[in-house]
Each structure stands twice: as structure tokens, then as C-alpha cells.
Design a protein around this ligand. Sequence first.
Ligand code: LLP
Length: 463
Amino acid sequence: MSRSAHPAGPRHADVYTEGHYSAPADDLNSLDEKVWSRTVDRNADGVVTVGGIEVTQLAEEFGTPAYFLDEADFRARCRAWADAFGPDADVFYAGKAFLSRAVVKWLQEEGLNLDVCSGGELATALAAGMPAERIAFHGNNKSADEIERAVEAGVGRIVLDSFQEIVRVAHIAQSRGVRQRVQIRVTVGVEAHTHEFIATAHEDQKFGIALAEGQAAEAVRRALKLDGLELIGIHSHIGSQIFDMAGFEVSARRVVQLLAEVRDEHGVELPEIDLGGGLGIAYTSEDDPREPQEIAKALGEIVTRECEAAGLATPRISVEPGRAIVGPTAFTLYQVGTVKPLEGLRTYVSVDGGMSDNIRTALYDAEYSVALVSRTSTAEPMLSRVVGKHCESGDIVVKDAFLPADLAPGDLLAVPATGAYCRAMASNYNHALRPPVVAVRDGEARVIVRRETEEDLLRLDVG
Ligand code: LLP
């Protein structure tokens, strides 16, 4: 059916023609491979499958809401990043996007390193057997206890985020007779084109030490003097869900300039730079993410060019993608509970999860796609808002979506690209039970993070 054959339906024509919404897909049953993980398909019966298993079967076995993670896709993305950057660079998966013991094992098997940013993430990484030297430890306010644990475990690097932390880490390392490998995180003054809450390289925010006014140069000066520290490089992370490579280029250029200044002042060439994570993924068909090959090439070229110009040997580059690896590999499966048409506005479709399993829509105005996955439909598209079951009207999962007008309670909906920062930021709001994460691969599904139970909630309640 062509786009013009079905404007949004009479009920929604006014909103649709105002142009706030994308037109409905020509076929609401089609699955745009941009936003769905690689093994997702729709079978001859019209049921969506992942790793060869029907979502109806998954819902029966594991319940809803639940996150289904396409393990083959996750592993393929790890390999794509590792291959793109090659043996002279390091890829650190950013565990904050989603971390579990199973994921840590996959990372090890696929040759990736791991960035952790809390004692909890460090504990998970170590419990799953990640060699400490392959772990980078981040955070703008690491506690003394966290630093001690990281140093004692022998993490490969600690990324220093403040002047106080330079001294703290040096002191803890020295007291244990260790020279801790460290990088200094700098803020390069780039305005990344992303949501304000996830931009991190402009000056007016809490992370890192500014290049401006010689602050970062002063941090290097202090770190080089301390016996407990081995300063191996400079780190910059400019933000998250970024599509435009320009910000990374400016960041790389400014970091290399600092390396040149350090060489001029101290006669030391720092051997590593880390350009952070932040590469965007497709949440809707409108998003056009970069491939790891393209990113690796662009970053490699700019660093090499700037280093040549400054007469520096090219440092070893590392990157820290989180979302770009795990984000596209999972979808959240929900069951429809109620369908409420609001005349002249839109239809509210309530599902059995909500802002407790995906806070990103409420927090960042994030856009998601959604599809009816338990069957196909030839009904007209209906302008819908997919909402959760929490006690607030901001509890929106997908703000604007076209779903078939015959949608009914009991239907299964799936929201793709929920692998990153959804389970990781899930909450127990309204005493919701956080959903399980189920890994699916080659016709087999297994729980890697189990669903919370009411006993789990009560276990913490000691009153
Ligand atoms: N490295 C550092 C130092 C970071 O702070 C982050 C993300 C990453 C790497 C990974 O960024 P990624 O490749 O995943 O974009 N909760 C937000 C995202 C916060 C990102 C925080 N830091 C969201 O849901 O969009």
C-alpha cells in the first residue's frame, strides 16, 4: 500500500498533516532491519522470531515484559568493532550500557576489554573472570574503597577525573607498592549534538578536567610527579548517541595537541589516547548510524595526521562503545493490556511494563519504534502512544507510533533497540519487578538476568 493511500486515518488527520509525526510505514508488518537485531524475522505464520524462536513461545516461557538479547548479533558486533580497530587499538565495551556475567564472558571470548564505572560493575566483571588488566575503571567520584579494590585487583587503567583523584589514586597505589596505570580524562570543549543530559565534553558539566586555561596540562604535571602513578595517556568522551563524526575529530585533534604540549614540556610522549564511546544507533528508521569500519578509519586518520603534524609517534588508540554494541541487539517484549482511543487525538495502548523498564523516553525524550509481533494485520494504521502501567502520565514508552487499528488486549508488542541503558537504568518504581534478560541464540533461549520477584523486593525491606 502506498503512503498516500492511507493518510493517518480520519481521526488523526489533523495531527498527521501538521507534520509532527513520520508517516506510517507502507507496511506495518515489515521490520526495518536498521532497528531490529540481526536474527529477527517474521515467519510464514506472521509471528516474529529471534534466533529462530517465535516471540509467542518466548512470552509463554519467560513472561512479559522481558528483554530478549540476540547473542549472535552481540558477538558479531563485538567482532566488528575489534576487527575495525585491529591489533594496534583497543576496544573497551562500556559496561554501563548493560552488564551481566554472561555478557562479560562473551566479551572475553570475542576479544574485547571492559570499561566499568562503579564498584558494582567491577565486581561483576571480576566475578565473571574478566582479567583485571583488561578492565578500565571510570567515574567522576570513585570512593576510596572502589579505588582500593581496583588497584588491588590490578585493573589495567584507572581514568582520573579530578585533581583530588590524582592524589587519592597515587596515595592508595603507593601504599600498596603499586604503580597504577592511569589516564587523565579531559574535557575538550566540544558541544556534541545530543541531548543535554548525555553530552559530556562542554565545559559546564561535572566530568573530567578542562583543557581550557591549562587545567589538563597542570593535571599531567601533577600526575607525572607522583610515584604511585604511571601516566599512560589522555582520555576524552564527548557524549552519547552521536552521529556526527565532527565532534570526535575536534576531540582527537585537541587531545593530540595536549600530547604535543606534554612532550614539549616534559620530554615524555604519552603512548595512549582514549576517545571514549558515544556512537549513535538507530532507534527509528530515520536514524543513520556509522559502521565501526568507518568510525575506526575516520579516527585513525585524524590521529595519525595530527600526530604527524606535531612530530609525535601515533599513540595506541582505544574506544569505549557501549550503546553501539548492545543497543541494537535486544528488544523488549510487552503484552497489550488496554487500548483506549481518544477521539481526535490518538490511541493510548497500555502495556505491562513502562518507565521502570525504559526510562529513556521520559528522561531524554528518546524516540523508539514499536511493532505488533504476535501476528500480522491488514488493518489501517492508527496513531498510537505506547504507555506503561505506572502512576504518572509521563510513563511513555513510545511517544508516537502507528500501530494497526485492530490492536487488541493480549497482542504482543516489541520495542527494538532496547539493549543499552534500559535494563541498566530499570527501577522498581511502583514496586515493579525488573524484567529478565533472556539471551537467544540458534534456537535456544536462556535467562541471563532473572526476573525480580516480590520476595526480592521484600528482602531489602527490613522495617
Ligand atoms: N565511556 C565513557 C567514559 C562514558 O561515560 C560512556 C557513557 C561511554 C563510554 C559509553 O557511551 P555509549 O557508547 O554507550 O554512548 N543513559 C544515557 C547514556 C549515558 C552515557 C553515559 N556514559 C542514555 O540512555 O542515553
